[in-house]
Design a protein around this ligand. Structure first.
Ligand code: TEU
Length: 543
C-alpha cells in the first residue's frame, strides 16, 4: 500500500450549517456561529469537518439545491467568514471538506433560468435533460422514472416539453454529456481547493451519468430510487460511465500538494460495485452505508463490518464508517427499533415511529459508537450524535420543512427530525443556538438534557464518552488498517487492532467477563472494569 494518508484514519465531523450555531440570531446557523463553537470541535478532537452545502440556495432541499457553486449564502455569512473558519480550523490541525452537488442544480441557478427561457434544442437547454412528453398531446412524461421524493421525475414545462429531476422539481438534473458541465465543476473544485479546502464530499455520486440514448427506457420498477441491477445496466444509477467523471476529477485533486481528498455518497444496495468508486484513479473513499443500514445484532454487524472492510482492502482503499447523517433518523433512536421493522425500508421512507425503548436505544447507540470508533478506516460522525441526541418526532405536520413530506403526498415524514438546531447551553434561550430564541425548526422542550454544557462535566455522559474514545483513537487507531476477529463467544462482537486495542460489544443477555489480564481503557459507562453488561461495550488492552 502507498504511504498512509491522513484521511485513512481520520475522524470527520459533519456540520449541517443551518443547525449548528447561529451567530447573527436570524434562526439559521452560519459561519460566524461555527467560529464561536470551534472550541467544541477542538475539545472533541475531530480531525476534519465536512460542511453540508452552504452555497446561495433557495433552501428547498436544505441547500442541496445550489444556485451558485462558488459563493456563500448570505444567510450563512460571506466568503470571508468561510475563510476565517478554514483558517481557525487549520490552526487547530483540523481539515475542511465541502459538499459538491453535481447531479443537479437549483432551479434558480442562472443556467436553469436561461434554459427555461431558451428554445427547445438550444445549447442552454442541453446542460439539463429536456425531453418531449409521450402521448398525442405530450400529456404523458417521457418515461416512468420516479423522483426520490415521490412522483414523476419529469416536470412539464407547459409546451409538451419536460425536464428531468431525480430529486425535487426545484432540483433539475444536469446533463453530464455536456462538456460545459464538466468544465464548470472542474472550476468549482479548483475554486474551493484554491481557498484552502482539503477535500470534497460528492453528493449522489452514483447518479450524474444517465443513459440518455433514444428512445429513453422505462425502468422495471420505477419506484426504486437506487439501482435495480448490479451490472450497471440501470438507466439512472451506478452506471459505468460515471467513473469517467471521477477519473477526470482525480486529475484535479492531484494538481494540489497535498492532493485533495474526495469521498462519494452512494446509496447503492450492491456493495461490491460500491468499492469501485474508491479505486486508485478515482475517489479516495465512498460511503457504503452498510453499517448505518444494519440492525442492532452481533451477526449482522459482524457480517457488514467484514464485508465493508474486505471490499475496501481489495481496492487498497481505507474503509469508511458512519452511523448517522442528515438523511436518516438518529442512531440514538434508530437502534431501538423492534427487530421486525424493515430498517432499510424505514430509513428511506422515514415513516412514523414504531415504539422504541429510549433507554435501550441510547445504550445501544453508545455501544455501536464504540464499536465503530475502534475500526480501521475513516469514521464520520454527524453533529449532535456526540450529545446522544435522539430523533425528534415531536414536530407537527405544519412544522415539517423537508420537501420529502409534501412531494411524497405525506407518505414520507421527511428528515427534519435529525436536523433540529443543536442544544449548546441548558439554561439559555434557544439552548444557546443563538441569543434571540429564533430557530428555523422548533427545538423540543426536552432538549436541555442533551445540551453540550450539561454534558461537558458529566463523567458518564455521551459527550464525555465521545471525547475519551476520540482521544484514545489517536493512540490506538492511527497506525495501520489491520484488524483481527475474536469469535469465541457468539453473543459477543470482539476484534482487536495491532496496536493492542481490543473492542468488545456484548449483544447477549448476560454480563461478559473481561480476560483476567485485561486493562480497561474505557467503557460505554463507568464500571468496575472487570465485566461488560448486556448492550454495553468496552475498549481494553491485554497483558
Ligand atoms: O442524498 C442522496 C439520497 O439518495 C437521499 O435521497 C437518500 O436516499 C435519502 O435522503 C434517505 O432518506 C443526498 C443528500 O444527502 C440529501 O440530503 C439530498 O436531499 C439529496 O442528495 C439530493 O441532493
Amino acid at each position: 500500500r502507498q504511504a498512509p494518508s491522513f484521511w485513512d484514519t481520520a475522524l470527520v465531523y459533519q456540520i449541517y450549517p443551518r443547525s449548528f450555531m447561529d451567530g447573527d440570531g436570524d434562526g439559521i446557523g452560519d459561519f460566524p456561529g461555527v467560529l464561536r463553537r470551534m472550541d467544541h470541535l477542538v475539545e472533541l478532537g475531530v480531525d476534519a469537518i465536512w460542511f453540508s452545502p452552504f452555497y446561495p440556495s433557495p433552501l428547498v432541499d436544505g441547500g442541496y439545491d445550489v444556485a451558485d457553486y462558488r459563493n456563500v449564502d448570505p444567510r450563512l455569512g460571506t466568503l470571508e467568514d468561510f475563510d476565517a473558519v478554514v483558517a481557525s480550523a487549520h490552526e487547530h490541525g483540523i481539515r475542511i471538506l465541502v459538499d459538491i452537488v453535481p447531479n443537479h442544480t437549483s432551479s434558480k441557478h442562472p443556467w436553469f433560468i436561461e434554459a427555461l427561457a431558451a428554445e427547445p434544442g438550444s445549447p442552454a437547454r442541453d446542460r439539463y435533460v429536456f425531453r418531449m412528453g409521450r402521448g398525442d398531446h405530450h400529456e404523458l412524461p417521457p418515461t416512468n422514472w420516479q423522483s426520490n421524493f415521490g412522483g414523476s421525475a419529469w416536470e412539464p414545462c407547459g409546451d409538451g416539453w419536460y425536464y428531468l429531476h431525480l430529486f425535487d422539481k426545484e432540483q433539475p438534473d444536469l446533463n453530464w454529456e455536456n462538456p460545459q458541465v464538466h468544465e464548470d465543476f472542474r472550476r468549482t473544485l479548483r475554486f474551493w481547493a484554491d481557498r484552502g479546502v482539503d477535500g470534497f464530499r460528492i453528493d449522489v455520486a452514483h447518479g450524474l451519468s444517465k443513459d440518455l440514448s433514444e428512445p429513453l427506457r422505462d425502468r422495471p420498477d420505477p419506484t426504486l430510487v437506487s439501482p435495480q441491477a448490479d451490472d450497471g445496466s440501470d438507466p439512472l444509477w451506478d452506471r459505468d460511465a460515471v467513473h469517467d467523471i471521477y477519473r477526470e476529477w482525480r486529475q484535479v485533486m492531484n494538481e494540489y500538494v497535498p492532493a485533495r481528498y474526495s469521498i462519494g455518497e452512494t446509496w447503492s444496495p450492491f456493495t461490491p460495485r460500491v468499492f469501485d468508486y474508491a479505486r486508485k484513479d478515482e475517489l479516495d473513499g465512498v460511503f457504503d452505508f452498510s453499517l448505518l443500514k444494519a440492525y442492532w445484532g452481533r451477526d449482522e454487524y459482524r457480517k457488514v463490518i467484514e464485508r465493508t472492510y474486505r471490499g475496501f482492502r481489495a481496492v487498497d482503499g481505507a474503509p469508511t464508517w458512519t452511523l448517522s447523517n442528515h438523511d436518516v433518523p438518529r442512531h440514538a433512536t434508530r437502534l431501538g427499533l423492534p427487530a421486525d421493522v424493515d430498517l432499510n425500508e424505514w430509513i428511506t421512507s422515514a415513516g412514523t415511529m414504531p415504539q422504541v425503548n429510549p433507554v435501550e436505544a441510547s445504550e445501544r447507540a453508545r455501544s455501536a459508537t464504540l464499536m465503530m470508533l475502534g475500526l480501521p478506516g475513516t469514521a464520520y460522525i454527524y453533529q449532535g450524535e456526540e450529545l446522544g441526541l435522539p430523533e425528534d418526532f415531536d414536530l407537527t405536520e405544519d412544522e415539517l420543512q423537508d420537501p420529502q413530506w409534501e412531494r411524497s403526498g405525506h407518505t414520507m415524514r421527511g428528515r427534519d427530525g435529525c436536523r433540529i438546531p443543536l442544544p449548546w447551553e441548558r439554561e439559555s434561550v434557544a439552548f444557546g443556538f443563538n441569543n434571540t430564541g429564533r430557530s428555523w425548526l422548533p427545538q423540543p422542550d426536552w432538549y436541555g438534557r442533551f445540551a453540550a454544557d450539561a454534558e461537558a462535566d458529566e463523567p458518564d455522559s455521551f459527550l464525555t464518552m465521545y471525547r475519551k474514545a476520540i482521544a484514545l483513537r489517536r493512540t490506538y487507531c492511527q497506525s495501520d488498517l489491520d484488524m483481527i476477529w475474536h469469535d469465541d463467544n457468539p453473543a459477543v462482537l470482539h476484534y482487536s487492532r495491532p496496536t493492542g486495542l481490543h473492542v468488545l460489544v456484548n449483544f447477549g443477555t448476560d454480563p461478559v467477563e473481561l480476560p483476567s489480564d485485561a486493562e480497561l481503557l474505557m467503557g460505554t459507562h463507568i464500571n468496575d472494569g472487570r465485566s461488560v453488561p448486556p448492550s454495553h461495550a468496552a475498549w481494553f488492552t491485554v497483558g
